[in-house]
Write a protein that binds this ligand. Sequence first.
Ligand code: ATP
Length: 276
Amino acid sequence: MSNTDTSDSLITTDVETGSNDRTAPSNRTAVAARDLNVFYGDEQAIDDVSIEIPEKRVTALIGPSGCGKSTFLRCINRMNDMIDVCRVEGDVTFGGKNVYDADVDPVALRRKIGMVFQKPNPFPKSIRDNVAYGLKIQGFDGDVDARVEESLKGAALWDEVKDQLDSSGLDLSGGQQQRLCIARAIAPDPEVILMDEPTSALDPVAASKIEDLIDDLAEEYTVIIVTHNMQQAARISDRTAVFLTGGQLVEYDDTTKIFEDPEEQRVEDYITGKFG
Ligand SMILES: Nc1ncnc2c1ncn2[C@@H]1O[C@H](COP(=O)(O)OP(=O)(O)OP(=O)(O)O)[C@@H](O)[C@H]1O
């Protein structure tokens, strides 16, 4: 699967059996939003956001509680479709194609843009079946066991579970469960991985392993992560987007610039803990 045919792949349910054409990190845009507004009923959660997110980089979304970070993340793979009162205006493009176009199949989209949530949520199934789940749904006709192994290796979990693939995913530790969820997300060979506070339910050692893993994942995938942990954003991300109350994107730049010399006083106040 090459990045250049992303837009075609969104409007079909064809099985993709190849691996991504992963080149060295580039400054190409993976995901962009233009004049994005999101409402829950009458309440506006995202206010006129435009942003370009580079491929094969880690982009952190930070900001105080309720400023719309998760809402923005969920727009990217249309998870907000599941929320009845949610209305989206504007464009979100992935590989140049507006994901809200009528001909886009959200299921195909979510295969290309995987998601990992705050609380590890493995299925009550074996480790193998957790990872193979998405492959089965898409009718993958390649070597499932090989893909399971590759995905568990990609999630830095293989060595710990290779002798217990038939054990329940629920018997793993919290950190292992989260890495299992990452393996499940990468098994269908996505291009983008969305992560919504993936370490906030984990102890510091498990969180640190996930941070190391995110660094590795960015070699192959575009990672977009919501985090409340400013040190984490500073440690692991290349770009940082700061949302403030009302769903406005206030500043977006290289992470070093945001943390060392932000343009906006409000951003400096937020980062230095004066509010939020
Ligand atoms: N399903 C929903 N129905 C109605 N309103 C919602 C829903 N989800 C979020 N909101 C509202 O949208 C706004 C943005 O919420 P969102 O969860 O995106 O913010 P956030 O920055 O991710 O917050 P947090 O950091 O606390 O997770 C909030 O006012 C929230 O109450």
